[in-house]
Design a protein around this ligand. Structure first.
Ligand code: NAP
Ligand code: 2RA
Length: 425
């Protein structure tokens, strides 16, 4: 039929198998077809709760022992006898690749993997030809950065991508074909229907539906909706309006350098020509540097917040609007949120819900006027929530205001992706 099965993967979930797939030999199986376009297409997905008998039958088909883990390999007829499926379980100690390892997010990937003691057999660092041979310290040892090529993913089990959407579009399917599960930080696959878009505190169950690629949401989305989710579960959010205060780090390492350099130049009375961001940055702020859709007047960052929230919450009826702004802060995004619920809600109720919610921390000291700030959000994983108050412009009592701050390099990017990867091993 001219069809060739390029790759099929089965993911057992060692730690969370019980919660995600029930008891027994949980496994997920999906078939990819190479149709000549270079992009693998899904043939079929089947969630299995194998009985011991079924597992034994599969083992008889083909059982190989890898160096550190048992990997079940076999050939199964998947769709009408057309395709054969090779099954591969995630090793207990996977080989991990970080694509974009020298970037603002990439550096944080390494910090998260080290701090969270992510189980690994090997860590490979990939970046552009510019960084080839560069040494990076990981767990006290010097690792050498390799140039990203089509051959980079041989033997890789988990690939953490953070090198821009173009690189992800080209190399993520190559990584999947080579046998890796990709966790992608770019916008390349977020809105692709069968790619899970995941915040582990919100929709971890979506991880198991992956077909090779799992997308990390945009940082502004993560920072807004991680604290909104537990409220939404108690009292449905029907509408929210966000205004963001986004740091230089959201635009990458070069933008952080531009903020430092332009600020020095400003203070020393020197001319500075901005090259990374579109406007002078020192002592200034400007509308987010993404393209504005002339039809709607919204820029891409604002549109991402709307569409990604719909997908993650599974609620397209939620009315959302955002205004995204770049501010001269080095690291960590802040956001002012105005939230309308289906029923009346008090600030005390919001605080009580957030006090128990994972991934968020209340910083709301009215007496000292100590509220979420980027300096406190930087370098840690929680979304800080404060200024929690009733919206006096809505007499129904259904609306409240809140100010949040989160480290978008961590919870908005690297930490969220590593949390996702933890579900895979
Ligand atoms: P960055 O600081 O500019 O880093 C970019 C990384 O990509 C560097 O490691 C760079 O390697 C690598 N790269 C660039 N071109 C490459 C190529 N042709 N081949 C291989 N590697 C290449 O950017 P970033 O802020 O870390 O963001 C990276 C991605 O994460 C983007 O897709 C961004 O949208 C997404 N993201 C960023 C944030 C954030 O807060 N910054 C949050 C969420 C998502 P070299 O050093 O060799 O050039
Ligand atoms: C920003 N969207 O512009 C980026 C972070 N992912 O801040």
């Amino acid at each position: 039929m001219g069809r060739k099965i390029a790759f099929v993967r089965t993911d057992g979930c060692r730690k969370r198998r019980k919660s995600m797939w029930g008891n027994g030999f949980g496994a997920k199986k999906c078939g990819w077809m190479e149709d000549g376009s270079g992009v693998p297409r899904l043939l079929g997905v089947r969630s299995l709760k194998c009985s011991a008998f079924e597992m034994l039958v599969k083992q008889r088909l083909n059982l190989v022992k890898s160096r550190f883990a048992v990997v079940f390999c076999g050939l199964f007829v998947e769709i009408g006898g057309l395709s054969f499926v090779k099954v591969h379980a995630m090793p207990r100690l996977p080989v991990v690749a970080v694509v974009g390892a020298t970037g603002a997010v990439g550096v944080e990937f390494l910090a998260c993997l080290e701090q969270r003691k992510f189980p690994m057999k090997e860590l490979r660092l990939l970046a552009s030809a510019r960084s080839k041979g560069k040494k990076v310290t990981f767990k006290g040892a010097a690792l050498t950065v390799e140039e990203l090529t089509e051959g980079s993913f041989k033997g890789v089990d988990i690939a953490l991508f953070s090198a821009g959407a173009g690189i992800s579009r080209k190399f993520a399917p190559i990584a999947v074909q080579a046998g890796a599960v990709v966790v992608d930080n770019s916008s390349a696959f977020r809105m692709v229907e069968d790619v899970p878009l995941v915040i582990p505190e919100v929709n971890p169950e979506a991880i198991k539906l992956h077909k090779g690629i799992i997308a990390n949401p945009n940082c502004s989305t993560i920072i807004a909706i991680t604290p909104l989710w537990p409220i939404h579960k108690v009292n449905r959010i029907v509408r929210f309006i966000a205004a963001t205060y986004q740091a230089a780090s959201g635009a990458g390492a070069a933008a952080m350098e531009e903020l430092r350099e332009s600020t020095r130049a400003y203070l020393e009375g020197r001319e500075y020509k901005n090259t990374v961001l579109p406007h002078p940055y020192a002592f200034n702020l400007f509308s987010h540097n993404s393209k504005i859709d002339p039809a709607t007047g919204y820029n891409e960052e604002e549109t991402k917040m709307v569409k990604e929230t719909w997908k993650i919450f599974g609620d397209k009826g939620m009315r959302i609007s955002a205004t995204c702004v770049r501010v001269p802060v080095l690291r960590a995004h802040s956001e002012a949120l105005n939230v309308e619920c289906a029923r009346p809600i008090t600030p005390a109720e919001v605080r009580a819900i957030l006090a128990k919610a994972p991934g968020v921390r209340i910083v709301d000291d009215v007496e000292k006027n100590y509220m979420p700030m980027p300096k406190d959000a930087s370098g840690q994983g929680d979304i800080l929530c404060g200024r929690i108050r009733t919206d006096v412009s809505d007499p129904s009592g259904k609306s409240f205001c809140m100010f949040v701050a989160g480290d978008q390099l961590l919870k908005g990017a690297a930490l969220n992706a590593v949390q996702i990867a933890e579900y895979l091993v």
